[in-house]
Design a protein around this ligand. Structure first.
Ligand code: GMT
Length: 378
């Protein structure tokens, strides 16, 4: 098979879409494809040198004549410049808005037949922006002008069809984690470093602490769990709701049992001392953090919304729960934390789910297949 030259654009800062785009780029490069990241900064997971990986910085300047820095236009022109010079076969963009629109502009600048566009929808572009009538037309345009479109869950395809009213064929390509990085280590000593007693259970929540993640529900559920099980709560990440969570923990008298770890790079290390992961969001097209936890043998509790039921098999690798039903969430958590046999079985199933259903190599092949079909006009 011909080795491809692929431009990848994503938001390079912390966030599931950036992680997926970067990990995919790294794996494609390992297979010999030439990967050109086109972004405003080096994606944070682009942590190793590879001769097949290039990085082209989009420098967004502030001009006095413009009220806002022209990110979209600068990106489109950088995409066109890189595509022409490096003779890219295609651009794989993550997000319909603005990245698919920028890619379409670049395609027109390069020449319609010279460059193909593959767009991956991650959710935020659809489930947040899709409700805005002033943007839904633009999202539809970005989707329909892409040569191929993928989404990270079946649910996201349903939502896209409803909110954006498009008939474009969209294919589900699930997210994945690299099990060479995400696996359970034997590092119980870390508990001591976080001032957690050996007999205490560890519950973890990882997110960008936006309102949709409903972090206060995690804190409320933990307060109930704490009454029956000696435990600590690790909050990883940062965002607008962090102070709310902290204040609530104080009000509930449990702040000494919560560790606010902020943004962390070595998440697999921390997951390896965890007994349960909670993601109680009201919107979640997939929930990549669930997969990361599961790969590290951590059972999960997640809300029965969006793409989460495609990841959590209720009663097998964790439990599904209804949004905001704190009592029932706490009861399910207590069941997992107090029944060693159940927890071990769910942990094993969690690792198997990642291996069988969200296998990195299989996802990589799916994307390659889409690239070749797109280039052949299939
Ligand atoms: O809100 C986030 O979690 C960040 C957001 C992003 O754009 O990076 O995550 C979205 O894409 C991830 C990777 O596909 C998914 O795992 C998340 O579920 C999705 N977030 C939402 O749908 C809210």
């Amino acid at each position: 098979m011909k080795k491809l030259k692929i431009g990848i654009t994503c938001y390079p800062t912390v966030g599931g879409s950036g992680v997926v785009a970067t990990e995919l780029g790294k794996m494609l490069a390992e297979k010999g494809h030439e990967i050109h990241f086109i972004a405003t900064s080096i994606p944070f997971r682009l942590d190793r040198w590879d001769p097949n990986i290039y990085y082209h910085e989009v420098e967004v300047n502030q001009y006095p004549v413009f009220k806002y820095p022209p990110y979209d236009l600068t990106l489109a022109s950088k995409m066109a410049e890189v595509a022409k010079r490096e003779k890219l076969d295609l651009l794989h963009v993550h997000y319909a808005v603005p990245h698919a629109i920028c890619a379409y502009l670049a395609k027109q600048m390069v020449g319609e037949d010279q460059l193909k566009i593959v767009t991956t929808l991650h959710g935020t572009d659809i489930t947040v922006l899709g409700y805005d009538p002033s943007l839904s037309e633009l999202i539809r345009f970005g989707i329909e002008k892409s040569d191929s479109v993928t989404a990270v869950s079946d649910d996201l395809i349903r939502q896209t069809n409803t909110l954006v009213e498009t008939n474009k064929e969209i294919q589900t390509v699930y997210n994945f984690v690299d099990q060479r990085i995400y696996y359970r280590r034997d590092n119980e000593y870390l508990k001591d470093q976080y001032n957690i007693r050996p007999d205490e259970k560890v519950i973890v929540h990882i997110s960008n602490f936006r309102a949709v993640k409903r972090v206060p529900d995690v804190v409320r559920a933990f307060a109930k769990i704490k009454k029956q099980v000696p435990a600590k709560l690790l909050l990883i990440g940062d965002g607008p709701e962090l102070t709310v969570a902290c204040r609530l923990a104080k009000d509930l008298g449990i702040v000494d049992d919560v560790r606010f770890l902020g943004k962390q790079d070595n998440v697999a290390e921390i997951l390896s001392i965890s007994d349960l992961k909670m993601l109680l969001s009201e919107k979640e097209s997939f929930g990549l953090v669930l997969l990361e936890a599961m790969a590290c043998g951590v059972p999960v509790i997640g809300t029965n919304i969006g793409g989460i039921p495609e990841v959590i098999k209720d009663g097998v690798n964790g439990y599904l729960c209804q949004i905001g039903e704190i009592e029932s969430i706490a009861n399910k958590a207590i069941r997992i934390l107090t029944d060693d046999e159940l927890r071990a079985r769910m942990a094993e199933e969690a690792v198997l789910t990642v291996k069988n259903d969200f296998n990195a190599q299989r996802v990589l092949s799916q994307y390659e297949d889409i690239y070749y079909k797109t280039l052949n006009g299939v």
